[in-house]
Design a protein. Structure first.
Length: 372
């Protein structure tokens, strides 16, 4: 009987062990390489992410600034649309009362804009042609006799009280003069030059000693424009001719302030021409500040023309509370700086509010601009 020899362990088992060891080692190597690659990529992209974060931060800052600028621009555009009918950029600038000898002030960068409504009662509302062929005023053949009730001017001793000059612009009628006289204290009157819509606006000043010329200058809108408005493209001889006409019509006037004029007063060339003429005929200019971009101060210094600037518009809103609020602002400016100029218009509510506000003004001296 043959003996059975025991079976040997198959070789493939040993081979399988070797194969398993090789696969394990390969797997470990692949995992290690993957980890290293992951670390390298992580470091690289981590740096990139930081850079991207910085870029995003910068972009966000730029966007915020751009957004602010857009909001500012949007306010100006909205304002211009609302005021297109008459004037653009009425600035409530309280840093004025400028003499040419005063030190240079910092530029006001926080201007608030206000809208002045047109005086539809006394202004001819039809649109006028931008260019007028004749500048001279032609008096009507028949002129009605006009009786003006003006209170006599009584010389007062020098006062140490703060001074406030209130100006009523756009005066054209006898009724307006009498309403101003009935306010009960000194108020300045600025007369629009005669036109076909208000022919007697120079004649009614004959019995007055204190008044101003309210000179129409080019605005950003030509709607409701006065006849014979001065334009930025008028040459100096035409400007001089206009000023001479007004000098004959208003022989006692030594002060001129601007009616509208946002486009004209912000144009340096035009204002230089005007101020050369004002210097020649010894006028003092009062800047109504119908725009924050006015260059009147620069022209006044260049040509040695004395000037003032208004501080407050009183009646951008025809509301008693609003007008009194604006009047209080003017009073505070006068008390702080010694003087102030406030401008209103010949509205019934303005006359009544000023008349009812005498108690607010008890600590101030109400003056003509010639007393500033």
């Amino acid at each position: 009987m043959k003996k059975r020899t025991p079976k040997k362990t198959p070789r493939k088992i040993k081979h399988s062990k070797k194969t398993f060891n090789k696969k394990t080692i390969s797997t470990i190597i692949i995992i290690t390489i993957s980890i290293l690659m992951g670390l390298i990529v992580g470091i690289f992209y981590g740096t990139k992410i930081d850079e991207v974060a910085v870029d995003i931060k910068n972009i966000a800052t730029i966007d915020i600034e751009h957004s602010k600028n857009e909001k500012k621009q949007e306010k100006i555009v909205t304002y211009e649309e609302k005021t297109r009918a008459l004037e653009i950029n009425y600035a409530d600038n309280t840093n004025n009362n400028l003499y040419i000898e005063q030190p240079k002030e910092k530029q006001d960068t926080n201007n608030t804009f206000h809208f002045e409504e047109p005086n539809l009662e006394d202004i001819d509302t039809k649109e006028q042609e931008q260019e007028q062929e004749h500048l001279e005023f032609v008096a009507p053949k028949v002129i009605e006799e006009v009786e003006v009730k003006e209170k006599p001017i009584i010389a007062k001793p020098q006062s140490t009280k703060p001074k406030l000059a209130i100006i009523i612009d756009d005066v054209t009628t006898k009724r307006q003069i009498n309403s101003i006289a009935n306010i009960g204290y000194t108020v300045n009157m600025a007369f629009l030059p005669p036109t076909s819509g208000h022919k007697n606006s120079a004649i009614i000043t004959k019995k007055l000693d204190q008044y101003m010329i309210h000179l129409p200058l080019q605005a950003s809108s030509s709607k409701y424009e006065e006849e014979n408005t001065l334009y930025i493209n008028h040459d100096i001889s035409r400007i001089e001719k206009r000023i001479l006409d007004l000098k004959r019509l208003y022989p006692k006037a030594v002060f001129i302030n601007n009616h509208t004029g946002s486009k004209f007063t912000s144009n340096q060339v035009a204002m230089d021409k005007l101020f050369q003429v004002l210097k020649k005929y010894d006028y003092t200019f009062i800047d109504s500040r119908t725009t924050a971009k006015s260059v009147a101060k620069l022209s006044s210094k260049k040509y040695g023309v004395k000037m003032f600037s208004r501080n407050i518009f009183l009646d951008n809103k025809k509301d008693k509370k609003y007008i009194q609020k604006q009047l209080k602002k003017a009073i505070n400016i006068a008390k702080k700086r010694g003087m102030a100029i406030a401008i209103g218009h010949p509205y019934g509510i303005t006359f009544q509010t000023l008349k009812d506000s005498q108690d607010l003004l008890k600590d101030l001296e109400l003056v003509y601009v010639s007393q500033l």
